[in-house]
Design a protein around this ligand. Structure first.
Ligand code: PMP
Length: 369
C-alpha cells in the first residue's frame, strides 16, 4: 500500500558486511591499551603536530582542492610525476575511487582470502562481484590469484605487506603477478605498510606504477607517519588511471590541517627512521617470544608489517585469549568475521606495551594448562 512504501537500498549494497573498526574500550567501557588498529605507538612527528596546530587560523577556508603542495612534496620524496598522484580521505577513499572508476555491475574484482576488509566493501559498493583467491599458509598466492582471472575480471587488490596476515610478497612475485595479468586488468598494490618492510626494501610496485599502464600503488599517512586521525592517503598510477579517479573524487576530502601535517611529516625523516627501527626490533622480539610458546600451539605468521598475526592451534583458543587479553587491559584484533577465528592480530606497541601483552599471553597459556 501507499503508506507502507519506502525507499529500498540497492540489493548489492545490502550485501555488504559493514566494516568493523578496531575497538578502543572494553565491553564495560574501560579504556585499555589499544593494539587493534596498527597505529603508530610512538605517536606523531612533533613537526607534523606543530604544522597541524598552525592550520587553526584557516578554518573558514576550503582546502586546496588540487593538493598541489602535498603532491609536490610526495613527488620530490619518491621521484614521481606530481600530475600522476591522486589523494583521498585515507587510502580507504583511494581504494574506493579506483573501484568506482574502473568496475561496475557484472565485473569481478579479485582479492585474497585473508585480505583487507575494505576491498570487498568497495567491490560491492559499485555492484561488482568479489572473487576470493585462496592463500598459501596465510601468504598471498600469486598462482591462486591468476587462477581466479576470468573474462569479467577488472581489478585485483593486493596489499603488500598484507593485512591482517603481515605477510610479504617479494619483488619477483609481484612482477610475476603483473606479468600474468591481462593488460586491461588493473592491479592495485596497497602499500599501507610498505615502509615497515625489513631494510626499507620495496616490492617494485612504484616502478611498475611508473612504467605500466595498469598499476595503481596506494599509500597512507596513517601508519608509519602516525597521522591516522587526519585521514590522508594517496595513490600513483598512469595519467589515465588518475584522471578517471579525479572525476569521481569528492572535491575537498582532505583537510588543510591534515595536509599541513602530512607535508611536515614527510620532511621529518628522523621520526620515520625511529618508528621503523622500533618496529623492526619489537616485531622480531615479539615473533620470537611467540615462537617459544609453540608447544602450547601458538604460532606467529612471519610479518613485515607493524603487527603480527598470532595463530592459536592448541588448548588456548584465540577467542579465550582475546577475552583474557581484554581483561588484562589489552585490546587486540580478533577477526572471526573475516574467516580468521583462530588468529589474533596484534599491533606492535611501545616496548612496555609489547612486553606487557606478551606477558599477559604467557599467563593465559599457563592458565589454559
Ligand atoms: N590498506 C590496508 C591494507 C590497511 O590495513 C589500511 C588501514 N587499516 C588501509 C589501507 C587504510 O588506511 P587509511 O585509510 O587510514 O589510509
Amino acid at each position: 500500500t501507499k503508506s507502507s512504501a519506502k525507499p529500498v537500498a540497492n540489493p548489492w549494497i545490502l550485501a555488504i558486511a559493514p566494516y568493523i573498526p578496531g575497538r578502543s574500550t572494553t565491553d564495560d567501557g574501560r579504556k585499555v591499551i589499544k593494539l587493534s588498529s596498527n597505529e603508530n605507538p610512538l605517536g606523531t612527528s612533533p613537526a607534523a603536530r606543530a604544522a597541524f596546530a598552525g592550520a587553526a587560523n584557516q578554518l573558514e577556508r576550503y582546502p586546496d582542492a588540487s593538493a598541489t603542495e602535498l603532491r609536490d612534496v610526495l613527488a620530490a620524496k619518491h621521484g614521481l610525476d606530481p600530475a600522476r598522484i591522486i589523494y583521498g580521505n585515507g587510502s580507504d577513499e583511494v581504494l574506493h575511487l579506483v573501484a568506482g572508476a574502473f568496475a561496475g555491475p557484472g565485473d569481478e574484482i579479485i582479492h585474497v582470502r585473508y585480505g583487507f576488509a575494505v576491498y570487498e566493501i568497495a567491490t560491492r559498493r559499485v555492484g561488482a562481484t568479489p572473487v576470493i583467491a585462496p592463500d598459501r599458509d596465510y601468504a598471498t598466492d600469486v598462482d591462486a590469484i591468476l587462477a581466479c582471472v576470468t573474462d569479467r575480471t577488472k581489478l585485483v587488490y593486493v596489499a603488500n605487506p598484507n593485512n591482517p596476515t603481515g605477510t610479504y610478497s617479494a619483488r619477483d612475485e609481484i612482477a610475476r603477478l603483473h606479468a600474468g595479468l591481462r593488460p586491461d586488468i588493473l592491479l592495485v598494490l596497497d602499500h599501507a605498510y610498505a615502509e615497515y618492510i625489513d631494510g626499507d626494501a620495496e616490492d617494485g610496485g612504484m616502478a611498475l606504477a611508473e612504467s605500466a599502464s595498469n598499476v595503481l600503488v596506494t599509500r597512507t599517512f596513517s601508519k608509519m607517519y602516525g597521522l591516522a586521525a587526519e585521514r590522508i592517503g594517496w595513490g600513483y598510477g598512469s595519467a589515465e588511471i588518475i584522471d578517471a579517479m579525479h572525476r569521481i573524487r569528492l572535491p575537498f576530502s582532505i583537510t588543510i590541517a591534515g595536509t599541513a601535517a602530512a607535508v611536515a611529516a614527510v620532511a621529518d625523516t628522523e621520526f620515520v627512521d625511529n618508528t621503523r627501527g622500533h618496529n623492526a626490533e619489537w616485531r622480531r622480539w615479539f615473533s620470537d617470544e611467540i615462537g617459544k610458546l609453540g608447544n602450547a600451539g601458538l604460532r606467529a605468521v612471519p610479518s613485515q608489517a607493524n603487527f603480527v598475526l598470532v595463530l592459536f592451534e592448541g588448548k588456548l583458543t584465540a577467542e579465550v585469549a582475546y577475552k583474557g587479553l581484554m581483561d588484562a587491559g589489552y585490546i587486540v584484533r580478533w577477526l572471526p568475521g573475516q574467516g580468521l577465528p583462530d588468529g589474533l592480530r596484534i599491533t606492535i606497541g611501545t616496548a612496555d606495551e609489547t612486553q606487557g601483552v606478551l606477558g599477559a599471553l604467557r599467563d593465559l597459556v599457563e592458565t589454559a594448562g
